[in-house]
Design a protein around this ligand. Structure first.
Ligand code: FAD
Length: 463
């Protein structure tokens, strides 16, 4: 007899993990060991365009998890294939008779289904979503921010079942076939993104207390004489030439830290007793970003077509795209000749991560200037980034392609040069990632490309 906690790729932690806490309590009640199941599934990773960096990060995080502790409990994954898998699992368990499957909400701060219009529908525009999301979260009875208790050690059963004791340490393979990183890349990526819950909590503290750091110098310790990075977030977050954002997305995407913990820590760090989602404070603006993460996850849960390669706005299913492998490859390689786009794409390749504004500029350039199908860009980001998350990535791409919920209107097209002046006024970011390109002008005429994009979105189906 045992109780199974089924750890998913988005759940790589022991602290504040709801399904694990439930599984542990059940194992205690039954006096049986807790078995932790993690399924490595290369076929799934291929189907979902997972990056080798993300798979390697998963394995590194698995190795960091040490167990003192010894039904099937799991946190819900909202993508359509994953939901089908869990339903199939529940059906098998039912046929089997003795096994109970319990899947719980954990990924979002407020779970899908809890933020609804008066008519009971989900929101497809962010601002009204946020206006309901915040009070739902604040309601004392909601418990959405409560920390899930740590699993309890169950030494007697662990001793009896020695095989479970170091399950992870003993059995995490060095690599997954088809997702191997060479050793240089592995060293570089693990320096940027050390694995483990302690690293995630340290990064959280550094982002909330530390100062704004120069590019790639790493987080600094708290300096009480300076305004913290969180305090400056409202004004500084769009600057690409310094380390102005939390850089927590790899940890959030892999669940190495819970989004609840991020909100709790941010409120604590800013001395707030009440939830703050105001546009006018650093902490409020930061929590708003976490609400975007919830918003896009709710969209995936409520509108499965977005995780099946369909535009949210079906009327844009037939925009005429260019088929130009050379342009696509130049974009991926950071060789378009537009310095800010190339710096953004090289940041992706070097770090496995990009600043949010860099993602928006690079995505908008692919879709509107090169007129290349947004799904090819979505796939490339998933294959390259360490924080690849279907909901946020799809949401960001459909925003840029003007096909999504609450998107950039198709006629509001970023001018990469103006964006560059605002986000990187001294050219530090460009010099850092593409020193040789800092003075080159772009190869695509932005004005003409802009007119072509507007024409094609306006005249769907026209030749
Ligand atoms: P911070 O500014 O410190 O924000 C804190 C957290 O809030 C982030 O870690 C993230 O979890 C969440 N967040 C912030 N902005 C957004 C947003 N716009 N949408 C959803 N969540 C947000 N984010 C991913 O986590 N994975 C992706 O695969 C991903 N792909 C994207 C693709 C495109 C085209 C675009 C435009 C955005 C994408 N984002 C993605 C959202 C955003 O760019 C990143 O979350 C952010 O840059 C991560 O940096 P940070 O942790 O320093 O963010």
């Amino acid at each position: 007899d045992c109780v199974v906690y089924w750890m998913r790729m988005e759940d790589m932690r022991i602290r504040d993990n709801r399904a694990l806490a439930l599984a542990s309590a059940q194992a205690q009640r039954n006096g049986v060991p807790l078995l932790v199941l993690f399924v490595l599934s290369p076929q799934d990773y291929i189907a979902h365009d997972r990056s080798a960096r993300r798979i390697d990060f998963t394995l590194r995080n698995l190795r960091c998890i040490k167990w003192n502790a010894s039904h099937v409990f799991g946190n819900i994954e909202y993508e359509v294939d994953e939901l089908r898998r869990d339903i199939a699992m529940c059906e098998i368990a039912q046929e089997y008779g003795k096994l109970a499957c319990i899947f719980v909400h954990d990924k979002c701060i407020v779970p899908p289904g809890d933020v609804r219009t008066k008519e009971g529908r989900g929101y497809t525009v962010y601002s009204p979503f946020l206006r309901v999301w915040a009070p739902v979260l604040e309601k004392a009875s909601s418990h959405h921010l409560d920390e899930a208790p740590l699993p309890k050690p169950n030494n007697a059963s662990v001793r009896k079942h020695e095989a479970f004791r170091n399950l992870f340490n003993a059995e995490v393979p060095g690599e997954v076939e088809g997702f191997k990183l060479d050793s240089d890349e592995q060293d570089r990526i693990s320096t940027f993104w050390p694995a483990g819950e302690d690293a995630a909590h340290q990064a959280t503290r550094a982002s909330q207390h530390g100062a704004v750091d120069p590019l790639s110098k790493g987080a600094t310790e708290a300096d009480p004489t300076k305004k913290s990075r969180l305090g400056k977030y409202k004004d500084a977050r769009d600057r690409m030439d310094a380390d102005t954002t939390s850089r927590l997305s790899p940890y959030l995407a892999a669940g190495v830290i819970s989004a609840r913990a991020c909100v709790r820590e941010a409120l604590r760090a800013s001395g707030k007793k009440k939830l703050d989602v105001s546009r006018d404070t650093g902490v409020g603006r930061w929590i708003q970003e976490l609400a975007w993460r919830d918003f896009y996850t709710h969209i995936v849960a409520l509108f499965p077509r977005v995780s099946m390669g369909r535009p949210f706005q079906e009327k844009y299913a037939d925009v005429r795209w260019e088929t130009n492998p050379d342009h696509l490859q130049a974009w991926k390689d950071g060789r378009t000749g537009v310095p800010i786009v190339d710096a953004a794409m090289r940041q992706a390749r070097t770090m496995g991560w990009m600043h949010n504004r860099a993602r928006m500029i690079a995505a908008m350039y692919l879709v509107k200037d090169l007129m290349i199908d947004w799904r090819l860009g979505e796939k490339y980001f998933m294959e390259t980034l360490i924080d690849g998350d279907l909901a946020s990535n799809n949401g960001g791409w459909q925003w840029s392609a003007s096909t999504g919920v609450d998107p950039a209107p198709y006629f509001r097209i970023f001018n990469p040069y103006t964006q560059s002046q605002k986000a990187d006024p001294g050219g530090e970011y460009i010099r850092h990632f593409v020193p040789e390109l800092s003075k080159v002008r772009g190869s695509v005429n932005h004005k003409e490309a802009r007119e072509r994009a507007i024409y094609r979105y306006k005249n769907i189906g026209a030749k």
